[in-house]
Ligand binder design. Structure first.
Ligand SMILES: Cc1cc2nc3c(=O)[nH]c(=O)nc-3n(C[C@H](O)[C@H](O)[C@H](O)COP(=O)(O)OP(=O)(O)OC[C@H]3O[C@@H](n4cnc5c(N)ncnc54)[C@H](O)[C@@H]3O)c2cc1C
Length: 518
């Protein structure tokens, strides 16, 4: 993907007429000039070291050309896109290497240790919190370790319902290989079309079907990791009491403790039926209470999300309803996947419970619309940035008893710091028995310095999350952007534990320096 945009250029689209009208009304339209790619700084790594990498991987797997390096620059947060749009590609790696096996990854790490090269593992490149921006200072160069060649379905255990996957498989590639075996992982984050198996594990990602299939870290049963200290294989049983679970050290480690070279996941049978329905609630609070009741009754559908009043109004593309809190009520989506009998039984039970709580089922139209457009939002973000509208998302999570406060405080922090005109949307994106995550989307008119404009709002929202006792991230991970708040969240002892692990596994600090570990 080009560093200034999302996805496949062929799917890029101008703003739909209705949306353009709405944008003009609320923010005004200010067409941005086309992005011109600047030449990159020359590769800073010594020719002799590059030759060593070539001997380890083959010359064609060691790329220093501008085009390849450009495509491995940063991730896909709005700040990442804004920097690239402004012609700033200073974080481009010096070289992109493409190992084809665990041993080749290990060989790259050994060369990096010897010559003090920073190594950035690169999966799908969809990181949104700065996890692909390694610090350069103190290193002889930056290596993007691209896992794109490690794309095998290594094995499938049809009896235990597990599969061993290489880390470079993108979401659709992994699902296609598993579908041929009659199986699915069921992990569908909005970035699914581009994000990778290794990335899902390294960031503890959570997909849109998490209510039914579980978040990605809950699906991982085993890992193989290449560290500068050597190889570690984890996950010898479905569960054990053999001390602390070391898999948890690597899940969410964002390439700072090692490179995940294989991931064993729990798989399910391919669903025969998928039904996505809309529900109407008079208010966000009533909808949220219904989600809680569902979760605590053990009746979670596969997909479950609830938009607040503003997000509902925007989704219904009803400009008149925007800002008119309560005017349109709130839209909930409940989706069911599985075999026909199980889907029908769950659907009947959920329908009875939600109807009893005051919800109204609106049929499958809203669910179908969501299902067909579920991976399109990032393209819309590009179209909005093209006309001078700043759009970004952030997320957090808390316990049920604290949801109201968190929602109110983060919304107020965003509204207060972005100024007029700003639209703040929210939905409950993931649900648990004990709490849920809140996912905010903001849109505002770009200021002269949109990066600083967003950083102010993001800091205010992050402060509000911690002040409300919530987490800095439910599924976007820490990267570089969340580090100061992450350090506050885990406290000095937590920071010291992470530093000790880092010092042990990566004593020369080559792995993703500056990311995650405060
Ligand atoms: C439009 C959009 C929508 C998104 N929607 C969601 C969503 O619904 N849910 C969600 O959870 N996230 C979402 N994200 C965030 C992002 O897609 C996830 O964090 C994803 O898991 C990253 O996977 P990736 O393969 O792209 O990883 P990358 O971006 O390539 O890497 C992410 C981090 O993991 C490290 N890493 C990657 N591969 C490995 C490996 N094999 N071993 C060790 N470290 C590695 C990298 O160095 C980096 O620090 C979204 C992002 C965007 C841009």
């Amino acid at each position: 993907m080009h560093p200034s945009r999302w996805g496949d250029p062929a799917r890029a689209q101008a703003l739909p007429e209705a949306t353009r009208g709405l944008v003009e009304l609320v923010f005004g339209i200010s067409e941005r000039p086309a992005v011109v790619d600047p030449p990159l700084a020359p590769c800073a790594i010594d020719a002799a070291v590059l030759a060593e990498l070539e001997r380890a991987l083959g010359a064609e797997q060691v790329c220093t050309d501008d085009d390849t390096r450009r495509l491995r620059t940063r991730g896909k947060s709005t700040p990442d896109l804004l920097r690239a749009r402004a012609g700033d590609l200073t974080d481009a790696p010096d070289v992109v290497v493409r190992p084809g096996s665990h041993d080749e990854v290990a060989a790259v790490l050994a060369i990096a240790v010897e010559h003090r090269l920073a190594v950035v593992p690169f999966g799908g490149g969809t990181a949104v919190t700065g996890g692909l921006v390694a610090q350069r200072e103190g290193f002889a160069g930056v290596v993007s370790l691209d896992l794109v060649r490690m794309k095998r379905l290594v094995s499938v255990d049809h009896v235990s319902m597990t599969a061993v996957l290489e880390p470079g498989l993108r979401g659709p590639e992994a699902e296609a290989l598993l579908a041929a075996e009659g199986m699915t992982i069921g992990h569908y984050p909005q970035s699914w079309e581009y994000a990778s198996i290794g990335g899902f594990a390294a960031t503890r990602s959570s997909g849109q079907s998490s209510a039914g299939y579980g978040r990605f870290d809950a699906l991982v049963v085993g890992l193989t990791v290449a560290t500068p200290r050597g190889r570690i294989d984890l996950g010898t049983a479905p569960a054990n009491a053999a001390g602390p679970d070391l898999r948890q050290l690597f899940l969410g480690s964002e390439g700072t403790f090692g490179v995940l070279t294989s991931v064993t996941v729990r798989v399910r049978r391919l669903p025969e039926v998928k039904v996505y329905e809309g529900w109407h609630w008079p208010s966000f609070a009533e909808g949220a209470a219904a989600l809680r009741t569902l979760a605590q009754s053990g009746l979670l559908p596969t997909v479950l999300r609830l938009s607040d009043e503003t997000e509902t109004a925007i989704n219904l593309a009803d400009p008149a309803a925007i800002g008119g809190e309560g005017a349109a009520g709130c839209l909930m989506l409940a989706g069911y996947e599985g075999d026909p009998a199980a889907v029908e039984a769950k659907r009947a039970a959920v329908t009875a419970l939600l109807t009893g709580l005051g919800g109204t089922c609106t049929g499958t139209a809203a669910g179908e619309k969501w299902s067909h457009g579920r991976f399109d939002a990032p393209y819309l973000r590009d179209s909005l940035l093209d006309v001078g509208v700043l759009v970004e998302t952030l997320e957090t999570a808390t316990f049920w008893s604290n949801v109201d406060r968190l929602y109110t405080d983060v919304k107020a922090a965003l509204t207060g710091s972005l100024g007029d005109p700003a639209i703040v949307l929210c939905h409950i994106s993931h649900v648990y028995e004990t709490g849920c995550s809140l996912y905010f989307t903001v849109a505002t008119r770009e200021a002269d310095d949109p990066l600083a404009q967003w950083q102010r709002a993001k800091a205010a929202a992050s402060d509000a999350m911690l002040a409300a006792g919530a987490t800095i991230t439910h599924h976007h991970a820490v990267g570089t952007d969340h580090k100061p708040w992450f350090a506050r969240e885990i406290g000095p002892v937590g920071v010291s534990v992470l530093r000790a692990v880092k010092a042990d596994l990566d004593p020369t600090g080559i792995l993703n320096p500056g990311v995650l570990v405060p």
